[in-house]
Design a protein around this ligand. Structure first.
Ligand SMILES: Nc1ncnc2c1ncn2[C@@H]1O[C@H](COP(=O)(O)OP(=O)(O)OP(=O)(O)O)[C@@H](O)[C@H]1O
Ligand SMILES: [Mg+2]
Length: 454
């Protein structure tokens, strides 16, 4: 069973106050016990001062009976007190018969105890010797007082303290539960506000100005998370709109071409031509969809699964070889500078480099040279593709790697460029634990990515 915060706080209050009250009760009990004992000791000593002269003065057999009479009188006045005169001479004795174990527990002098068979509490005793005088030999005078009233007082007090401790702890639990309930009320309000949040009210935030400092920190963090979610949600919405927009052109083309083809009778050759043209559009659509699926994989945090240790320059050379005919057509040359060993997934890596090279070729003037730099950095390998040309304005640099982003917005929906090339470069870099970068100065554009060394 899971306890609520209020219940747990109430239990903690109860335990804390129980411990505190128990310690206090224990201390008070000890104090009272000591006080009661001191009281008894004082009473015993006062009695000793009273009875000793009776023993001292009556020093022959004749007078001893007077002493006994005085003791009898005194004891009949106060039945809590008992007196014994113990000695070798049976003529100078007083008091009831005592067993040897009772005498042992009383001791030969000072304070002691005697357990009385008919009484619950023992007698507290004070014993001391009285010197011999006249006929009387030295005797031992023992005074006892019944400690029952003291024991009863102590017991009543103990019961009171235990009851106080238990009731106090229960009271603290109840009070704690109530206080926690009051203290946690803002949390309830906060959760009410949080429940009212929905995708329809993305800009809504929790009210933090009326909250206590502890909660406002929590609400601030929550609001921060909401802001990030809002941004992600908006990006997703924009992205969906972009996807729809990008797919609309090829789909529109397909429908248009098909309608035109169907508008009148066509020869087989004409129909074949139309189908070829449709196939091209369909292939472009497939390319976009495949790119989107690949980007989604990287978004999920997937890492490149089949890595092998290779020479980076060699992999770049493979990508260059693959695009050779494009370079020839554009009349540009490609040079590779530097090399490093790294563990990469070659198909992904070549795809990223090919995308960078295609961009470079598209933007480099005829006869230009494209340079691919492979640079070893601490913890990473940096691959950058540099081309001359008109360059890229600063405000576009940070957005180049966004999906469907093109510097020349009139190219959106173009047949050749989908605006996904650099987004894929970024996905490949992320899948290799790296990042991307783009610089453009004085007509020289340098775009590339890093892969982490593992
Ligand atoms: N080397 C470059 N010089 C100047 N501009 C560039 C360069 N590389 C990229 N760009 C700009 O960045 C934009 C995004 O490039 P990206 O490769 O993502 O898309 P694309 O080339 O338009 O389409 P795709 O690569 O999908 O065919 C391009 O439209 C282009 O305007
Ligand atoms: Mg491109």
């Amino acid at each position: 069973m899971k306890l609520s915060i209020s219940q747990r706080l109430a239990a903690m209050f109860a335990v804390a106050s129980f411990v505190m009250l128990a310690v206090l009760s224990f201390a008070m009990h000890g104090l009272l016990k000591r006080e009661l004992e001191r009281h008894q000791d004082n009473e015993l000593q006062a009695r000793w001062q009273m009875y000793k002269p009776i023993v001292v003065r009556n020093d022959d057999v004749e007078h001893w009976s007077v002493a006994c009479l005085k003791f009898d009188n005194s004891l009949s006045e106060n039945n809590r007190v008992s007196v014994w005169v113990l000695g070798d001479d049976p003529r100078f004795r007083y008091g009831s018969q005592l067993s040897s174990s009772q005498l042992g527990s009383a001791g030969t002098h000072g304070f002691g105890h005697i357990a009385m068979p008919e009484q619950e509490a023992p007698l507290k005793t004070f014993t001391a010797d009285v010197e011999g005088r006249g006929e009387r030999p030295p005797v031992r005078l023992m005074i006892g007082i019944d400690s029952t009233p003291f024991v009863e007082t102590l017991r009543a007090f103990t019961v009171g303290l235990v009851a106080l401790t238990v009731v106090g702890a229960l009271g603290a639990a109840g009070l704690g539960y109530y206080i926690a309930g009051v203290g946690l009320r803002p949390l309830g309000r906060l959760s009410g506000e949080a429940q009212a949040l929905s995708p329809g009210y993305l800009s809504r935030r929790l009210q933090t100005d009326t909250l206590d400092p502890e909660l406002s920190k929590l609400a601030d963090s929550f609001n921060g998370a909401l802001s990030r979610l809002e941004t992600a949600y908006q990006q997703l919405e924009a992205f969906n709109a972009d996807v729809a927009h990008e797919l609309r052109t090829p789909v529109g083309n397909l429908i248009g071409q098909t309608q035109v083809t169907l508008s009148r009778e066509r020869s087989v050759t004409e129909l074949k031509e139309a189908l070829h043209s449709n196939l091209e559009d369909l292939e472009r659509l497939r390319a976009i969809v495949n790119d989107m699926l690949f980007l989604a994989r990287a978004d999920r945090g997937e890492l490149a699964p089949n890595r092998v240790e290779v020479s980076i320059a060699q992999e770049v050379a493979h990508a260059v070889e693959y695009l050779e005919f494009i370079f020839e057509e554009a009349g540009v040359k490609v040079r590779i500078e530097g090399d490093a060993q790294a563990s990469i997934e070659t198909s992904l890596f070549r795809r990223a480099v090919a995308n960078l090279l295609q961009n470079a070729v598209q933007h480099a003037p005829r006869g230009a040279e494209i340079v691919v730099f492979v640079l070893q950095q601490p913890g990473a390998i940096r691959v950058s593709v540099q081309n001359t040309g008109s360059g890229i304005a600063r405000e576009h640099l940070s957005r180049l790697f966004d999906r469907f982003y093109r510097v020349d917005s009139s190219r959106s929906g173009s047949r050749e460029n989908h605006g996904l090339g650099l987004a894929i470069v970024r996905a490949v870099a992320t899948m290799h634990g790296g990042t991307v970068f783009a610089e453009s100065d004085d007509g020289a554009t340098n775009i590339g990515f890093t892969v982490a060394r593992v």
